[in-house]
Write a protein that binds this ligand. Structure first.
Ligand code: SF4
Ligand code: SF4
Ligand code: SF4
Length: 380
């Protein structure tokens, strides 16, 4: 383990761990929940981010938001499997991770275990798209609860981690976490382009700009967030799979905070590779059809309970109502209520932001329209 470390509590791995810097919690922490089950890989989120932030020269291969097909898609190539290989298998016992995080596995004199992609590894963001695992379709195959042949889409942005690898890796302290909202940014004036953050981010969400020769990353759309709007990748999501807000630590979780409710109360949204140890703040509702062993490796031991609870949503008015609020507004709602068949979102001041029916009303039109003297094939 590296020297000069501090001990911090990481609730996602259920224990204290070593981290290169003191890391007092910010006043607030931005967070996202993505429902993997609803994503159609249209890449609208990817383009929304790209056209807003990374359309400049030298940013051609810079995708702060990407959607890759698992298990064969990677951006950059092999980003997760290369690190998993280095860390080895780590067991979980009763919700506590017994293996080593990227910080704890560091050799003497190093801050963390990292992987430095080659330039070519960034050049194929669509590699593995729609490729399936589990062989090919055979005669007589049918859909089972957990699919024999499977793939799913993984939506990826910077996790604005509580213990960021990029911050921990940077010897110049050019990468910092804002105290007001936990957003992780790179100071472009301080950065010298050493790429330690690129190597140190286990999710490979810090990227090198070959023209400015500095590193850049997702900025959590902070100008919009500051004005009360959800991030571009959330507001433009066609599948309405995303919601943005703020998360509290588990002991301060609120029943009426949408992110707290999904992560800490209903426990249906889980962090990506919690074993890396950065306490990431993008949470995923795991895909219900994927073999559990694969999901366990990716989202930790909470997977079976998360899927079980998610399946109760049709009969759980509060959970269903909250899921209906995903994608219902471009404004940030930090509180929610579900009542009398409606889901309502409020801002910090308690002002109503959005109100939607939990069940969409349907209208049945007559097969024969007398007024127009026509028959209809579609009547609902
Ligand atoms: Fe998936 Fe939404 Fe992105 Fe489309 S816009 S790829 S549905 S996350
Ligand atoms: Fe840093 Fe990577 Fe975490 Fe983003 S995902 S905060 S770039 S370690
Ligand atoms: Fe891009 Fe903003 Fe989404 Fe970050 S939060 S990936 S900057 S759209």
């Amino acid at each position: 383990m590296a020297t000069d470390t501090h001990s911090v509590f990481n609730w996602q791995i259920g224990r204290e761990m070593a981290y290169p810097y003191e890391a007092p919690p910010p006043k607030k922490q931005v967070a996202w929940v993505f429902d993997i089950n609803k994503c159609i890989a249209c890449q609208t989120c990817t383009l929304a981010c790209k056209t807003t932030w990374t359309a400049g020269k030298g940013q051609e291969y810079m995708w702060w938001n990407n959607v890759e097909t698992k298990p064969w898609g990677f951006y950059p190539l092999g980003w997760d499997v290369r690190l998993l290989d280095k860390l080895g298998v780590g067991n979980w016992e009763k919700g506590v991770y017994k293996g080593k995080t990227i910080f704890e596995a560091a050799k003497a004199g190093e801050r963390l275990v990292g992987v430095q992609p080659e330039e070519e590894d960034w050049a194929h963001p669509n590699i593995g798209e729609d490729e399936i695992a589990g062989g090919s379709v055979a005669a007589g195959d049918h859909i089972t609860d957990v699919h024999r042949i499977w793939m799913f889409y993984l939506q990826r942005i910077c996790n604005h981690c509580s213990y960021p690898g990029c911050v921990g890796a940077c010897s110049r302290k050019s990468v910092y976490k804002r105290d007001e909202d936990g957003i992780v940014l790179i100071d472009q004036d301080r950065c010298r382009g050493y790429q330690e953050c690129v190597r140190g981010c286990p999710y490979k969400k810090s990227m090198f700009h070959p023209r400015s020769r500095k590193s850049q990353k997702c900025i959590s759309c902070y100008p919009a967030v500051g004005e009360g709007y959800q991030t571009q990748c959330v507001a433009n999501c066609i599948g309405k799979i995303r919601v943005f807000g703020h998360i509290n630590p588990p002991d301060k979780a609120r029943d009426d905070n949408p992110i707290d409710y999904l992560v800490h109360k209903a426990k249906i949204a889980l962090p990506l590779y919690p074993q890396f140890g950065t306490q990431p703040n993008v949470y995923y509702i795991p895909p219900v059809h994927v073999p559990r062993q694969f999901l366990f490796q990716m989202f930790g031991p909470g997977v079976p309970e998360a899927i079980k609870k998610y399946r109760t949503a049709p009969d759980d008015e509060k959970l269903r109502g909250l899921l209906v609020l995903f994608g219902s507004t471009d404004k940030i709602f930090t509180r929610f209520k579900v009542t009398s068949g409606e889901a309502i979102g409020y801002n910090d001041k308690g002002d109503e932001i959005v109100r939607v029916p939990i069940t969409e009303p349907t209208y049945r039109r007559p097969f024969f329209d007398e007024e127009r003297n026509v028959y209809r094939h579609s009547i609902t």
